[in-house]
Structures are given as structure tokens and as C-alpha cells.
Design a protein around this ligand. Structure first.
Ligand code: SF4
Length: 346
């Protein structure tokens, strides 16, 4: 596999939902993702970060082919998904897997681990018989460090811990030899003590199997941990606002929204924490995605907003080593980060 080749490309992708406020009311259209362009390279880890409701899960589902864009194009291995033939589309669906946040809901409670993992292998003719399916499931369980596999293979989801169920979801995702896994908040519902182990597992699957990951999170600390050699993509109200190397972006955030997020970091040093600083925001209220502000969507909250920001939406453009969507990036003061050891943005 050649690194740094886009395996997945999104071009000007928008995702629209219809919402009714009453039984007989006319549906209103909500653009949950607006005009997003993004490349994901082979073997790369991309941390997709933003607050709840910013559209990151919707974007993840579009990458995995679970949602159709209303506008724009999605390419897998350079082929437009909408123009794929049956074989190419099957390769895409097998090649991009999703691991969901709620491992309990994602597994059928009435099926054993063998049934959940082995039967799709038989159905897709990846293995030739039940014996081979059993052996392959044992191999997969070993790969995700559920050992000895015989101890887990006949269990039901409720007999496993949250961390173990997440590993089962990883095993199911890798069973189809994917090129890319979209992991949607995979550690947010498991004990803090187990989170690092699941993140390390993802990093190992990335390194040993060359699988690219899109790690969706609201937690900048885990984003930095998992994607330390990869990139961070920051979303705000359905749009991408900053992209760059994760270490560089967190150390030197350019967009005022990301600067504000990082200002909300709890600081472990009580002497620094005592010097309470106001958040660099005009308002703490997040506007509604169903009625986003005109111009730059961040303008009602931005302390650097100018008249132009209220009228003209900024486009994502090259700035220093990354990309940023801000008219005034050149004038925004540098942000100095005290620590991000435990930052979580809700
Ligand atoms: Fe703030 Fe204007 Fe930049 Fe938007 S474009 S982040 S409102 S300065």
C-alpha cells in the first residue's frame, strides 16, 4: 500500500436532512454538513474533532457510505461512488468500515460473538465452511487482544465489558480487510482506565495492517494521542474550519474557535488555574444548525469578527502549514496553550 495516496476524497459534500416540526407541517431542510472537501490518505489517522451536533458523525457516515450526499462527490480509490459498478461498490462497502460509539447497540444481543463475526464471513464467502469461519474468528479475536479466543467466542454481548465489546466491533470491522475504518467516539462510553488500551489497539491496527482511521471525537487529548503522526480536522456547525498536523494545530491553533476550545482546558496547575481568564468568545451559545448565521458561521461568537465576516463565508485556504477558514487569520494573535492533558469539549 502506498502511503500518502488519497484513498478517500470528499469534494464539496453537503448532507441534508428533512425535519418536520408537526405531523402536518411542511418539512424544513437542514444542512448538517455544508460543502466539505477532504482527502484521507492510505494508512493515515485523521482525528475529526468538534462539539456535539457539529456534524462530525454525519460526515463519518457519509464517508462510510451510510448517507448519500445531497451535493458533491465521494471518491474511493479515485472512483466516484455514484458511478461505481456493482463490484467496485462492493469493494468500497467492504473497504470502508464503521465502528460505532454504542457497542451494545451495534451488536445483536441474541447472537454470540461467533455468530456476529463468523456468519458474515460465510455469507460473503470469505471463508469456505464453518470450521474455517471458527478459525478466522479466533484469529480476529487474537488480533484485537481478546485472548484466549475460546474464552470469548461463544459469549453474548451482555457477558462482555464495554471495552471488550469495542474490541469485538474492531474485530468485525477488520474481518473484511478494510482500507479505512471510521471510528465514531469509540472510547467515549467505556471506562477511562480502558480508553488508552482501545486507542493503542487502533494505533497498532493502523501500523501493522496499514488501515487508515477517521477517529471522530470531541476530546482533543485523545485526538492528539491517537493521531500524533496524523492530521486533525476541526468542524464547526457543519463546516471544516481548520486542518493540519495534529501536534502543530494543537500547539498553535489558528482559528478563533479552536483557540476558544483550547482556552477551556482545565489546567492541572492551581496557580495558573487561579488566574481565571475569560473565554475568548462573544457568546457561549452555539447557533442552531437549522438556521446558521450568514457569512462566517462563527461570526456571532467571534471576538475578531469584522463586517466582511457577517456577509462572506470564508473558504478553507492554505495558511502556514495547514488550512484555515477565516478571513482574518493573518491578524489573529498567537495562542499560547498551557496544557491539554485532559481537555474534553462538550
Ligand atoms: Fe472570526 Fe471572521 Fe475569522 Fe470567522 S472569518 S473566525 S468571524 S475573524
Amino acid at each position: 500500500m502506498i502511503k500518502n495516496q488519497p484513498i478517500m476524497q470528499l469534494k464539496d459534500v453537503s448532507i441534508v436532512f428533512e425535519k418536520r416540526t408537526g405531523l402536518f407541517s411542511k418539512p424544513t431542510k437542514i444542512k448538517a454538513v455544508n460543502d466539505v472537501s477532504l482527502n484521507i490518505n492510505s494508512g493515515e489517522i485523521v482525528a475529526l474533532v468538534g462539539e456535539s451536533g457539529c456534524g462530525k458523525t454525519t460526515l463519518g457516515k457519509a464517508i462510510a457510505g451510510l448517507l448519500d450526499p445531497a451535493e458533491g462527490q465521494v471518491f474511493f480509490n479515485g472512483i466516484d461512488v455514484k458511478k461505481m459498478n456493482k463490484k467496485q461498490f462492493e469493494e468500497y462497502r467492504n473497504g470502508v468500515q464503521i465502528v460505532q460509539q454504542d457497542s451494545y447497540a451495534a451488536l445483536n444481543p441474541a447472537r454470540t460473538i461467533y455468530q456476529s463475526l463468523g456468519e458474515p464471513l460465510l455469507h460473503k464467502k470469505i471463508v469456505k465452511d464453518k470450521k474455517e469461519a471458527y478459525e478466522r474468528v479466533c484469529e480476529l479475536l487474537t488480533t484485537v487482544e481478546l485472548t484466549p479466543p475460546e474464552q470469548f467466542i461463544n459469549k453474548y454481548p451482555h457477558q462482555l465489558s464495554g471495552g471488550q465489546r469495542q474490541r469485538i466491533l474492531m474485530a468485525r470491522a477488520i474481518s473484511l480487510s478494510p482500507k479505512l475504518i471510521v471510528a465514531d467516539e469509540p472510547v467515549s462510553m467505556i471506562d477511562v482506565s480502558l480508553r488508552i488500551a482501545v486507542l493503542n489497539l487502533m494505533a497498532r491496527l493502523n501500523k501493522t495492517l496499514g488501515i487508515a482511521f477517521v477517529y471522530i471525537t470531541h476530546d482533543l487529548a485523545t485526538a492528539r494521542y491517537i493521531a500524533k503522526n496524523g492530521k486533525i480536522v476541526v468542524m464547526y456547525l457543519g463546516e471544516l474550519i481548520e486542518i493540519g498536523n495534529v501536534i502543530e494545530v494543537i500547539k498553535d491553533p489558528k482559528h478563533p474557535y479552536l483557540q476558544a476550545l483550547l482556552s477551556a482546558v482545565p489546567i492541572p496547575n492551581p496557580w495558573i488555574a487561579k488566574q481565571e481568564k475569560e473565554l475568548p468568545l462573544k457568546s457561549l451559545d452555539m447557533p442552531s444548525i437549522s438556521n446558521p448565521p450568514s457569512g462566517c458561521r462563527f461570526n456571532p461568537r467571534c471576538i475578531y469578527a469584522t463586517e466582511k465576516c457577517e456577509i462572506e463565508p470564508p473558504i478553507l485556504r492554505q495558511f502556514d502549514n495547514g488550512l484555515i477558514a477565516c478571513h482574518n487569520a493573518e491578524k489573529i494573535p498567537k495562542f499560547v496553550l498551557p496544557s491539554i492533558e485532559s481537555v474534553t469539549v462538550e
